[in-house]
Write a protein that binds this ligand. Structure first.
Ligand SMILES: NC(=O)c1ccc[n+]([C@@H]2O[C@H](COP(=O)([O-])OP(=O)(O)OC[C@H]3O[C@@H](n4cnc5c(N)ncnc54)[C@H](OP(=O)(O)O)[C@@H]3O)[C@@H](O)[C@H]2O)c1
Length: 259
């Protein structure tokens, strides 16, 4: 299947590691030009070099923190300046911290809103004009299975991320006439540094931890960033032209609800 991604301009945020990096790699492998951001410059440069070397794609690496309005504006301006606009946005960011209700201050709540929702608002606001001008666009945000089913220890994620999907669903209605699709991706347990960081808190060797967190997933294992990226790339492609406003799990069946 030709995904129709050759020459498209993709912006993937929080892309130096994990699912963001895998999405950047997979889009580049399909012939897209890929702009990537993250806060830590050295990691970002290493990831961008790897994408360039493995795919031969044009890659632009711009250090940026997606919770900073000025840096988001600068990021999108850099991409637009280099390549004339943005066709595909994958709005990704780090996740809010774990912790019980009693330990969450107003600052924690504010930070969760800024990273999981406001960053998406600002990114979408910045890329929409060029998508509308081209009458083509794909907007995806990487959120969590918490959009569908609360995760016991992830209160902030459970409270804020469904609101982000509310934004996405609403936007789908507003921008569909411009041939722009807008969707939320809901990863379950994907083998990234973030997932592995749980091994330390659980006091388990990484291999044992990964085995245990995969055990109650219907597919019997955690997913890989590449499996996640394959779904993201399809939704970002020409072939997914009639899919908009959905929150799609990529979770091996982890979410038990019907919808
Ligand atoms: N892995 C899972 O099983 C899982 C499950 C459900 C949801 N999620 C969510 O999916 C998203 C991606 O997770 P992941 O597992 O791929 O994470 P990861 O492997 O830890 O990678 C996180 C990436 O985000 C960047 N980043 C973090 N905060 C940023 C910011 N403010 N601005 C720009 N870049 C930022 C990091 O680079 P810098 O630190 O250098 O900025 C890094 O490139 C997160 O929101 C996570 O909560 C993950």
């Amino acid at each position: 299947m030709d995904l129709g991604l050759r020459g498209k301009v993709a912006l993937v945020t929080a892309a130096s590691k994990g699912m963001g990096k895998a999405c950047a790699m997979a889009l580049a492998a399909e012939g897209a030009r890929v702009a990537m951001c993250a806060r830590t410059e050295a990691d970002l440069k290493a990831a961008a070099d790897e994408v360039r070397t493995r795919t031969g794609a044009e890659v632009l690496a711009v250090p940026a923190d997606v919770t900073r309005a000025d840096q988001v504006a600068d990021l999108v301006q850099r991409v637009t300046g280099a390549w004339g606009g943005v066709d595909i946005l994958i709005a990704n960011a780090g996740g809010p911290p774990r912790g019980p209700f009693e330990e969450m201050s107003d600052e924690h709540w504010q930070a969760a809103f800024e990273i999981s929702l406001l960053s998406v608002v600002r990114l979408v606001r910045a890329v929409l004009p060029s998508m509308k001008a081209r009458n083509w666009g794909r907007i995806l945000t990487i959120q969590s299975s918490s959009v569908k089913q609360p995760i016991p220890e992830l209160l902030l994620s459970n409270a804020v991320r469904p609101g982000t999907h509310g934004l996405i669903k609403t936007l789908a209605g507003h921008v569909g006439r411009h041939n722009i699709t807008v969707n939320t991706l809901c990863p379950g347990r994907i083998l990234t540094d973030r997932l592995l960081s749980g091994a330390k808190s659980a006091g388990l060797p990484q291999e044992e931890y990964v085995r245990r967190v995969g055990a109650d997933v219907p597919l019997g294992r955690v997913g890989t960033p590449e499996e996640f990226a394959s779904v993201a790339v399809f939704l970002a492609s020409e072939r997914a032209s009639y899919v908009t406003g959905v929150a799609l799990q990529v979770d091996g069946g982890l979410v038990r609800g019907l919808l």
